[in-house]
Design a protein around this ligand. Structure first.
Ligand code: SF4
Length: 368
């Protein structure tokens, strides 16, 4: 086993306080014992360890995704240092460098740096109708979205922005409405986005949003998307489900894709498996420190649960090959992942709907 997808948490703090955030607001407080920002010393160490792993496994290409907290809090100078050091040490392995930001610290200088260092970015955004309390709030409790839209509108016309912006991510929330959300992205020229299931499982259900709500939301959003009927307007979850319904592969982790070839490296240089496993109570997330251990040491001691096969109920499900049992962290219950997704009913109903509507979908057959 080896790692192809590295998430580096370059900042362990955030300028927002989103109510659903699994890093800061879902019961795990380990973030406050870690350095707020990745230091120059740890940039050097992490790049050396990744390069060592690339050489060991003769990697042609790896993905490096910068996360937080809010990754832009690392600052421009340290971002440049990280990008340059990674590519220098890992050569000839190709580095696909990307970052996931809340967008509020973006400016033209950041966009220029992204172009210079061949970095793409996507933005997390949760549009909420006027008069409804947003989940995406700043430290004072104010909705951050109006400010974000102002900022994006001031940058989006440039070729540099168009070349580096890959799309948006939106978490489904009971604070909003599916038709409003789909129309909002269309109207605001964000024509490539994804709707994410709120991270939850049987042992840690989402306190605010029921699975019935999520199902109804996705069915309505899907119908609205089909109704808009613009082949350039892409919603990832729907496109991957259509692709799988037509018999193609997708690899999307939310649809049964593996998460064992990825890792998270924290600002204190510890390495562990996907952060979202924090929603699984009492699960000991295998963790080592890159100061004393290599990435191969980490891989050689990976826990068995990452390789678990489909639960029995899923093996007899008629949507098994499309749904793949859903997202592994959503299958957790009683210290085991041997259960269908917490969102089983949601996925089952959505796939039924997609199959029924396939005859009208020629425009939306994806090229991924
Ligand atoms: S729809 Fe439910 S039973 Fe079927 S594969 Fe998905 S999680 Fe398993």
């Amino acid at each position: 086993m080896s790692i192809n997808w590295f998430i580096i948490k370059v900042a362990n703090r955030c300028n927002l306080n989103c109510t659903y955030c699994y890093v800061f607001n879902r019961g795990d407080n380990s973030w406050n014992k870690k350095p707020p920002i990745l230091s120059a010393k740890n940039i050097e160490l992490i790049c050396l360890r990744i390069a060592e792993h690339c050489r060991q496994h003769n990697k042609q290409k790896i993905v490096i995704e910068l996360h937080g907290g809010e990754p832009l809090l690392i600052g421009k100078k340290s971002f440049e240092e990280l990008a340059l050091t990674l590519r220098k040490y890992c050569y000839p392995t190709q580095i696909e460098l990307c970052l996931q930001t809340n967008g509020l610290l973006l400016d033209s200088k950041w966009i220029e740096l992204f172009v210079k260092h061949q970095t793409t970015f996507s933005i997390s955004v949760d549009p909420t109708p006027t008069g409804i309390a947003s989940a995406r709030i700043d430290k004072k409790g104010n909705d951050s979205t109006p400010e974000l839209i102002k900022l994006i509108n001031s940058l989006a016309h440039t070729p540099e922005f168009k070349a580096t912006f890959t799309g948006a991510l939106c978490v489904i929330s009971n604070k909003t409405d599916p038709v409003f959300v789909v129309d909002w992205f269309y109207k605001n020229n964000m024509h490539n986005f994804d709707l994410l299931l709120p991270d939850a499982n049987y042992s840690n259900p989402d306190p605010d949003t029921s699975t019935d709500f999520v199902k109804s939301f996705l069915l309505k959003a899907y119908k609205r998307w089909i109704g808009i009927d613009d082949p350039k307007f892409r919603i990832r979850i729907f496109q991957h489900l259509i692709q799988k319904t037509l018999g193609a592969e997708s690899g999307l982790d939310a649809l049964g894709g593996k998460i064992n070839d990825m890792c998270v490296i924290e600002s204190d240089s510890t390495i562990h498996h996907h952060d979202v496993l924090k929603i699984c109570p009492n699960l000991s997330n295998h963790s080592l420190n890159l100061l004393t251990n290599s990435i191969d040491d980490f891989c050689n001691n990976a826990p068995d649960f990452l390789d678990i096969s489909l639960p029995e109920k899923c093996t007899t499900c008629r949507h098994r090959d499309i749904c793949g049992g859903g997202y592994l962290p959503h299958r957790f219950k009683n210290n085991s992942f041997d259960y269908p997704s917490y969102y089983c009913d949601v996925l089952y109903g959505l796939i039924d709907e997609i199959k029924d509507s396939l005859n009208h979908l020629e425009h939306h057959i994806p090229t991924i």
